[in-house]
Design a protein around this ligand. Structure first.
Ligand SMILES: O=C(O)COP(=O)(O)O
Ligand SMILES: [Mg+2]
Length: 237
C-alpha cells in the first residue's frame, strides 16, 4: 500500500456531533434566549434531540421543548439575537472530540482531501473551527448558505466535495445524524456515523454503512469502505 493511498478520495465531515462537541455552547445560547423570554432552560442532555438541522431548527425545537409558542421561536429578531449570542460564545465550552486532530492529520498524510459539510452557517462554522485551530485540516468549510440545497439533500455533499476540488464519485460522508445519512444516500456516498453525536433517532436506525464509537476509528472504517469499493470494481471487470 502506498503512503498516499487515499489520493483521489474526499472525506466530507459533518461538524456538530462529528468533529466538535458543540452542545455546551449551542444549548448555552438557546437557554439564554429562553430565560430572556421568561421560559425555563432545557437540560444539556436534550442536545441530542435539538442539534443537527441548523440554528433555526434548534430554536424552534428548543422553544417547543420549553412549552413556548413556536411562532415566537420563528421570529427573525430572535434568530438574529441567537446568532449574535452564539457567535460571542461559540468556543466557550465546545471542544473537538478526542482523536480528531491526530486522525485528520493521518488522513491528510495519506492524501485524502478533507472538507466540512455542515448545516451550521458557513461564517459560524469558520469561526468555531478557527477558534479550535481545526481550519488548517480542511480544503474548505461548506455551510448550507454555499450550496443549492442543505442536508438531507445530497446536493450539499456533492457540491461541498466539488468545491474542495474532489470527485463526488470518490467521496465518503462522516456524520452523526439523519440529515447526514440521508444526504449520503441521496448523493450515493458511503456513510460513516459516530455514536457519540446528536441524534433523536437511534444511530443504529439511520442506515449508515459503518458506526464508530471513537473518532479515531474513522480511519479503519474508511479502509473497510475502500476495500469493498475496489473488490466490487475488480469483480465488474
Ligand atoms: O448546528 C446544527 O444544528 C447542525 O450542524 P451539523 O450539520 O454540523 O451537525
Ligand atoms: Mg451533526
Amino acid at each position: 500500500m502506498s503512503d498516499r493511498d487515499l489520493e483521489g478520495w474526499t472525506i466530507a465531515f459533518d461538524l456538530d456531533g462529528t468533529l466538535v462537541d458543540s452542545a455546551p455552547d449551542l444549548i448555552g445560547t438557546l437557554n439564554r434566549m429562553l430565560v430572556e423570554e421568561g421560559l425555563p432552560p432545557v437540560p444539556m442532555e436534550s442536545a441530542s434531540t435539538l442539534i443537527g438541522s441548523g440554528a433555526r431548527a434548534l430554536l424552534v425545537h428548543g422553544f417547543e421543548a420549553a412549552g413556548a409558542p413556536v411562532e415566537r421561536a420563528k421570529s427573525d429578531e430572535l434568530f438574529e439575537r441567537f446568532l449574535v449570542d452564539y457567535a460571542a460564545h461559540i468556543a466557550d465550552g465546545s471542544q473537538p472530540f478526542e482523536g480528531v486532530v491526530e486522525t485528520l492529520e493521518r488522513l491528510t498524510a495519506r492524501g485524502a482531501i478533507l472538507v466540512v459539510a455542515t448545516n451550521k452557517r458557513s461564517d459560524l462554522s469558520e469561526l468555531l473551527l478557527g477558534k479550535l485551530d481545526l481550519t488548517r485540516h480542511f480544503a474548505d468549510i461548506v455551510g448550507p448558505d454555499r450550496v443549492s440545497a442543505r442536508k438531507p439533500s445530497g446536493a450539499h455533499l456533492k457540491e461541498a466535495v466539488a468545491i474542495a476540488g474532489g470527485d463526488p464519485e470518490r467521496a465518503i460522508m462522516v456524520g452523526d445524524a439523519a440529515p447526514d445519512a440521508d444526504a449520503a444516500k441521496d448523493a450515493g456516498m458511503p456513510c460513516i456515523l459516530t455514536t457519540f453525536g446528536f441524534t433523536p433517532t437511534p444511530v443504529e436506525d439511520l442506515g449508515g454503512d459503518v458506526l464508530i464509537d471513537a473518532f479515531e476509528d474513522v480511519e479503519e472504517a474508511i479502509d473497510g469502505i475502500l476495500s469493498d469499493f475496489y473488490v466490487k470494481r475488480a469483480l465488474k471487470f
